[in-house]
Design a protein around this ligand. Structure first.
Ligand SMILES: Cc1cc2nc3c(=O)[nH]c(=O)nc-3n(C[C@H](O)[C@H](O)[C@H](O)COP(=O)(O)O)c2cc1C
Ligand code: SF4
Length: 425
């Protein structure tokens, strides 16, 4: 399969972070094309391209933009989600490290399409280096007239601010992010109202992921048909797959949506480390569940993982585990993460994750009980008390991971319970 990189085409180019290099390589040239169109035409183009959000939920970007109120007196805000805290996910950081101006170009044309006049880039608190890279790029872009008043003589004004988070996973949830942006504790809001109606500072706000926005200039350049010709029918376009864990060549690989998990591991990531067998792979950040070794032919598009019991593709941050991995410990690590990151507003999330962590610790200490697994499944099932009953999706992610691991590796969990000699981690 021949595939020309789109989003990563400047990776490896000397000084790719600099504006001059970016412009030399065709950067910012989608702006005149975009400004020659009406904002609604641009939104229609993005809708027709089938671009779906790359932040985890896979919602149609163009469709989301149409939810903004028409004829609003403004201001309308663009909130760029660069929180990237999902374990196993490092694609947005990669885009920033190698091509920060591509992100800014995406922000400008998408803000124009949505009539936003202020863009906030909410960047994960731990990304110290990336915050510097991004701020430098924003400063350069201002100097060159890509931000500010009357951008490139178009009559369009856009201000852009880099806002650093303080380091909490929950600030990646879009309304938690908006609260944090307003200077408050990053507690997710009850929806509706959705951000498109009432977002940052009570105003209509577009929330999009960094990678989603990076796709937009390419769609403007090459058209909706070009975008839909890449990937699968319902999952159009190129995608950054981050792969980590027990493979020979972990890293970020740009491929058409729909590559199988097996090909990603074997063809791109250099196969399993030390010649071991694969036991399973998390398809897109730890909240999505797990693909069993029998399911590695799963296409990593927006539908494949969901058809195999996972929550979805998520961020396409794939974590590969070899045959020596203890799946009980792996799940324990995931649940520990979610318990630590739960903001505590919803009882099922706050108490459920804590209870599950205690149960898994007990199992690992050789003190598991026969009913533990069924009790955990009951908590995590659609009918149980965790998924679908809380303010945000963090509880769903916890439940999904737990249910998947227990159901797909039940024998291993049972063996731990039956073995009195199990050692605590
Ligand atoms: C607990 C939680 C954490 C999230 N973290 C991120 C994140 O770090 N980055 C991101 O883009 N989206 C994250 N999301 C998804 C956002 O809420 C939102 O759907 C996304 O930013 C929308 O952008 P998109 O439509 O371009 O994907 C998270 C969602 C949840 C429930
Ligand atoms: S589900 Fe969890 S993280 Fe989300 S709002 Fe409720 S308590 Fe907070």
């Amino acid at each position: 399969m021949s595939f020309e990189p789109v989003l990563t085409k400047n990776v490896g180019v000397k000084d790719s972070q600099k504006l001059s290099v970016y412009v030399e390589r065709g950067g910012y040239s989608s702006l005149p094309k975009a400004f020659a169109m009406k904002p609604d035409e641009l939104t229609d183009l993005v809708k027709a391209s089938g671009l779906r959000g790359r932040g985890g939920a896979g919602f149609s970007a163009g469709m989301k933009w149409t939810f903004l109120p028409k004829d609003h007196p403004g201001p309308i805000y663009m909130a760029v989600n660069f929180d990237e805290s999902e374990p196993g996910t490092f694609k947005d950081r990669y885009l920033c490290d190698h091509d920060p101006h591509q992100i800014l170009e995406g922000i400008i044309v998408s803000s124009y399409a949505t009539r936003a006049t202020v863009a906030y880039i909410f960047i994960r608190g731990e990304f110290h280096l990336q915050a510097k890279i991004l701020q430098k790029a924003v400063d350069e872009a201002y100097e060159a007239g890509y931000f500010g008043k009357n951008i490139q003589g178009s009559g369009y004004d856009l201000e852009c601010y880099v806002h650093r988070g303080a380091g909490a996973y929950i600030c990646g949830e879009e309304t938690g992010m908006l609260e944090a942006l307003e200077g408050k504790r990053g507690w997710p809001r009850i929806k509706p109202p959705f951000p498109a109606i009432e977002g940052a500072f009570g105003k209509p706000t577009v929330v999009n992921n960094v990678e989603t926005l990076c796709c937009v200039p390419h769609i403007i350049h090459n058209g909706a048909d070009w975008f839909t010709s890449i990937g699968t029918e319902k999952s159009a376009g190129p995608k950054l797959y981050g792969i980590s864990g027990h493979v020979n060549k972990p890293g970020v690989y740009e491929l058409p949506l729909g590559v199988t998990c097996r090909d990603l591991i074997e063809k791109y990531a250099g196969g399993m480390r030390n010649g071991k067998k694969c036991k399973g792979a998390i398809p897109g950040g730890v909240s999505m569940g797990v693909l069993h070794a029998d399911e590695l032919d799963c296409p990593l598009d927006f539908d494949g993982p969901g058809q195999r019991g996972c929550m979805g593709l998520g961020t396409a941050g794939v974590i590969v585990m070899d045959e020596d991995t203890c799946m009980v410990s792996a799940l324990r690590n995931i649940v520990h993460f979610f318990k630590h990151e739960s903001c505590g507003q919803c009882t099922p999330c706050r108490e459920g994750s804590g209870w599950m962590l205690k149960t898994l610790d007990r199992i690992l200490a050789g003190e598991g009980k026969k009913d533990d697994l069924d009790n955990m499944i009951e908590l995590c099932d659609a009918q149980g008390s965790m998924p679908g009953k809380t303010i945000c999706g963090l509880a769903d992610g916890t439940a999904w991971a737990a249910k998947n691991f227990i159901q797909k590796y039940r024998e291993e969990f049972e063996a731990k319970i039956e073995s009195a000699s199990a050692v605590a981690v």
